[in-house]
Design a protein around this ligand. Structure first.
Ligand SMILES: C[S@@+](CC[C@H](N)C(=O)[O-])C[C@H]1O[C@@H](n2cnc3c(N)ncnc32)[C@H](O)[C@@H]1O
Length: 204
């Protein structure tokens, strides 16, 4: 499959502000729900085993907002270094931290502080010390070149207007032979320019 990655003319700062507002609500008031599925019902829908979902802290699960299951492409190996791009409340980060074990490391990044707060609490409740959380943009990662075995991400890249920058960073940080395991949305028809510029359509 060929994916066209074009820079999109949208106000990036305004988009980030609105996306952050939306995901702050999903972190702090998940019971309010969103126009898309969230939480345990979503995780079941996209194929996570119920035993894994139920083994995670309740706060982590209730704010899950992914679009797929990156682990459906394969489990991570003990000792691997993993980057979770747009970790949200940490649902996939905690699963990854368990899979790579104490000899592995999970570097998780997100731009929404409320999500990161929740992710840190979840990691602590789960007793995981091999996962770290950073407040940064996916387009500019505080990660060394060629240092990561696997990049996982779930429902994030569709929210990033500069997809070339994001994939450039993924390419920079991955070790030779490294893997990407993404859950995200792909459109099969060209999106009109006026729709691309409409922030409500990105956020909602
Ligand atoms: C749909 S949620 C998915 C969160 C998490 N991966 C999950 O599966 O629950 C999207 C997340 O991406 C984050 N995000 C969106 N654009 C970002 C960017 N440019 N840089 C960093 N994080 C971003 C949001 O803050 C939000 O937490």
């Amino acid at each position: 499959m060929t994916i066209e990655l074009k820079r999109v003319e949208v106000d990036s700062d305004a988009l980030r502000a609105q996306v952050t507002e939306k995901y702050t609500e999903i972190a702090n008031e998940p019971e309010k729900g969103a126009h898309f599925h969230t939480g345990k019902s979503l995780a079941m829908m996209v194929g996570y085993p119920e035993a894994i979902i139920d083994s995670l802290p309740a706060g982590t699960v209730e704010s899950f907002a992914g679009t797929g299951n990156p682990f459906s492409m394969g489990e991570l190996k003990p000792g691997e270094t993993v980057l979770d791009l747009g970790c949200g409340a940490g649902f996939d980060s905690l699963i990854a931290a368990r899979q790579v074990g104490a000899s592995g490391r999970v570097i998780s990044i997100d731009m929404t502080p409320a999500m990161l707060d929740k992710a840190r609490v979840g990691a602590s409740e789960a007793g995981l010390s091999n996962v770290e959380f950073h407040e940064v943009y996916a387009e500019s990662l505080p990660v060394q070149d060629k240092s990561v075995d696997v990049v996982i991400s779930n429902g994030v890249i569709n929210l990033c207007p500069d997809k070339m920058a994001v994939f450039g960073e993924i390419n920079r940080v991955l070790k030779p032979g490294g893997r990407i395991q993404l859950g995200d949305m792909v459109v099969h028809k060209a999106v009109p320019d006026d729709a691309k510029a409409d922030i409500d359509l990105w956020r909602d």
